[in-house]
Design a protein around this ligand. Structure first.
Ligand code: ADP
Length: 499
């Protein structure tokens, strides 16, 4: 075994870039390659990607990451894929040509159609089957739009000539030279066409969204042999053995593998996911119920809640009002004052998500006095990220019926110690920041490496997951209650701003 393969290659196909990361047997990063691709905004509220560019950038970074390591494809034991979820691609079975651009999860073009479904009283039925709230976010209404708006698409679909895929499906189709049409349960669970109780495409939902079953990929677990990479990126064939949507992959990459464990990713938005074990918990607070992963025959369910504007509040300070030059500077500026000086910033620039769900809320800054400086506002912006995450946490604990014991954190904004400490303070919860912050790619690598025998079992992986720093709550209880009281007051005043 002289030229023994020694890495796992994770393909991390995100909303703004395609990345590839090579992990070694310790779960450490050996190389990273990244390429941004173009965002198309054909009309207000519409967001598209070119599926060809998703593929070409992903293929290029895969080759680049391996080349950077000084090794060849022979050194890659297997490949894991993680991807932007819900984004919808439809292509021709015969030619492999997409019939329309990828409609991205953020795209709102089907909002009115979704409102009609809500008005028809379908919310309960859809929630019980899919765990989701009716929203343009998910794939179903996007497929429906393509079939009804691209010339001849509906007829072609009825004749079985079209294929649908989320990005994982599209990538596997391309990687295998058009041989396979597969997805995994986590990506399937975000389409709004997959019944997460029976684990099948749901015929009632397929009918409702006018999607023929023949378009749908075969659904697999997250950790098994999906297909072989046979395109010419590498001269060797490499098996693809792990697939999960980005948030689920991050949950696994954070090794939140026991019921009750949770992670929050602090990026542009913030995504909290809680492992609810083999229980499918339906939310009373409009959180989403989803599949965390399936390994062998065992299904792990999860609850998910998100904050729309997280790190984006810091971007806003940097790019729109120029209070800081870099995101990292937000911490130094915030630390130049002892506290928020009574300033509360509600970054409801795009409305508010769980548990408020108010599309008409707008951003506001409260408590300004003659003594307020820009440092107070910057500090309030950082704190607003933690307050919002705390609101989601409270909703999640209510749904799950248990207090959280700890939270694992990752994403670009957790470089900010002040943010993570404040989160620990207001949530009165220990927060663990791991050494490897690329948890999404790491999760895909773990799922792949488990199936390819790179790691023997989850226990072996758990042993290598390492904390960089733990943040424990320090703020006095009375002070926490008081600051949360002011935060809630601020939120209430920014609700329903547009009328
Ligand atoms: P995404 O994957 O959503 O693009 P990332 O995980 O790369 O996001 O994180 C980028 C986000 O984190 C940006 O919104 C940025 O403003 C924020 N961010 C980055 N560094 C810091 C920091 N030191 N303090 C606060 N926010 C930060």
């Amino acid at each position: 075994m002289s030229s023994e393969p020694s890495f796992i290659l994770a393909l991390d196909q995100g909303t703004t870039s395609s990345r590839a990361i090579l992990f070694d047997n310790n779960g450490s990063i050996r190389s990273v390659a990244q390429k941004d691709f173009k965002q198309y905004f054909p009309k207000p509220g519409w967001v598209e990607h070119d599926p060809g560019e998703i593929w070409s950038t992903q293929a290029a970074v895969a080759a680049e990451a391996v080349a950077q390591s000084g090794h060849s494809g022979n050194s890659v034991r297997s490949i894991g894929i993680t991807n932007q979820r819900e984004t919808t691609i439809v292509w021709e079975r015969s030619s492999g040509r997409p019939i329309y651009n990828a409609i991205v999860w953020q795209d709102r073009r089907t909002a009115a159609f979704c409102d009609r479904l809500k008005n028809e009283g379908l919310e309960q039925m859809i929630r019980e089957k899919t765990g989701l709230v009716i929203d343009a976010y998910f794939s179903a209404s996007k497929i429906n739009w393509i079939l009804n708006n691209v010339d001849g698409a509906k007829e072609k679909a009825q004749r079985g000539e079209l294929m649908f895929g989320t990005v994982d499906t599209w990538l596997m189709y391309k990687l295998s030279n058009h041989k396979v049409h597969l997805t995994d349960v986590t990506n399937a669970s975000r389409t709004m066409l997959f019944n997460i109780q029976t684990m099948e495409w749901d015929s009632e939902l397929l009918d409702l969204f006018e999607v023929p079953l023949s378009m749908m990929p075969e659904v697999r677990s997250c950790s098994e042999v999906f297909c072989e990479l046979t395109s010419d990126i590498f001269s060797t064939k490499i098996p693809i053995t792990g697939v999960a949507g980005d948030q689920q992959a991050a949950l696994f990459g954070q090794m939140c593998v026991e019921e009750g464990m949770m992670k929050t990713t602090y990026g542009t938005g913030c995504f909290m996911v809680l492992n609810t074990g083999n229980k499918m918990v339906l939310s009373d607070n409009k959180l989403l119920t989803t599949i965390g992963w399936q390994i062998n025959n065992e299904i792990t369910y999860a609850l998910e809640g998100s904050v729309f504007v997280g790190g984006a509040a810091i971007q806003w300070l940097r790019d729109q009002v120029h209070m800081i030059k870099t995101a990292a500077e937000s911490e130094t500026v915030a630390k130049s004052v002892n506290d928020n000086g009574g300033v509360y910033f509600v970054p409801a620039m795009t409305g508010l998500g769980a548990p408020y769900w108010d599309q008409d809320a707008r951003g506001a800054i409260f408590g300004i006095t003659r003594g307020t400086s820009s440092a107070h506002i910057v500090r309030a912006a950082i704190e607003s990220i933690a307050f919002q995450v705390n609101d989601v946490l409270t909703a999640m604990e209510a749904d799950f019926g248990e207090k959280a014991k700890e939270m694992r954190v990752d994403g670009g904004a957790v470089a900010n110690d002040l943010l993570v400490q404040f989160q620990a303070d207001v949530s009165r919860l220990p927060l663990l920041r791991p050494q490897v912050l690329e948890t999404t790619a790491l999760g895909a690598a773990y799922l792949s490496g488990l199936a390819s025998g790179f790691w023997p079992d989850i226990e072996a992986i758990k042993a290598q997951w390492k904390v960089d720093r733990a943040f424990n709550p320090l703020m006095a209880e009375g002070e926490v209650a008081e600051t949360i009281r002011f935060w809630r007051k601020a939120v209430n005043r920014s609700l329903n701003w547009l009328d």
